[in-house]
Design a protein around this ligand. Structure first.
Ligand code: ATP
Ligand code: MG
Length: 216
């Protein structure tokens, strides 16, 4: 074997499929905005109304050539067209913010094919929801990472789909215990909100602690 041979298992070339969970107002959108800012990748935010992503261009997506953009854009979910047209996206990040609003009519077979294609197309997915039961089960079978804020619903309803169930369940408990009734936890608190504005002096009413864990 050549000395230049690089063992494939040392390279993590998988696309990410990150499940971001937390109750209302825990800081999910803010956290994902921070991740997008620190990543150099282009991104498409899928949203029902774009409400939490004001200031970003909303883009019409009808065919492959509408996908040439290199910045961060918002796509408003269209139940009739979105699933099909998103197949054209390659090399970047897709964020499904508040995902309970989409995928209602999609079968798990369709979603499975979609997620396989996204992985093949080098697309990283962030799927954001309030709790485990809002996310279609098939997303958990593809999940590489979890970002967990305080969640209220139970992970056990998705147990059979989560390969790292024991570890993830432990992390859920940990995050819930730390965030309960607390001010933002310093560990993940970098003092700016999702738009880069300082949070200094702002009245904080929620718990913003989160932690990340690999699914496995
Ligand atoms: N780490 C943090 N420290 C202080 N304030 C924060 C932090 N993260 C978010 N916030 C503030 O808390 C509020 C709610 O945050 P955000 O909108 O990100 O929550 P969310 O989980 O997306 O809520 P929803 O479920 O309603 O979509 C915002 O005003 C935001 O600026
Ligand atoms: Mg949000």
């Amino acid at each position: 074997m050549s000395e230049r041979y690089i063992p494939a298992h040392t390279i993590d070339y998988r696309s990410k499929m990150v499940v971001v969970l937390g109750a209302t107002g825990t800081g999910k959108t803010t956290g994902v905005k921070q991740i997008l800012r620190s990543s150099a990748k282009r991104a498409l935010i899928v949203s029902l109304d774009g409400g939490e992503w004001k200031g970003l261009p909303v883009t019409e997506l009808r065919c492959a050539k509408d996908f040439g953009f290199t910045d961060v854009r918002v796509h408003l979910w269209d139940p009739l067209r979105s699933m099909n047209v998103l197949n054209y996206f390659r090399n970047g990040i897709i964020v499904f913010d508040d995902c309970r609003g989409y995928f209602r009519s999609a079968t798990s077979d369709q979603l499975h094919k979609f997620l396989l294609l996204m992985r093949h197309n080098a697309v990283d997915i962030f799927v954001i929801a309030h709790g485990f039961t809002e996310v279609p089960p098939v997303f958990f079978t593809f999940a590489t990472d979890f970002v967990l804020y305080r969640t209220l619903d139970s992970i056990t309803r998705r147990k059979q789909y989560i390969s790292g169930f024991t570890n993830v369940a432990k992390k859920v408990e940990e995050v819930n215990a730390i965030s309960y009734g607390k001010r933002p936890h310093p560990k993940n608190y970098n003092g700016v909100d999702g738009d880069g504005k300082s949070l200094a002096g702002r009245k904080v009413v929620n718990d913003h602690y989160c932690d990340a864990i690999k699914n496995g």
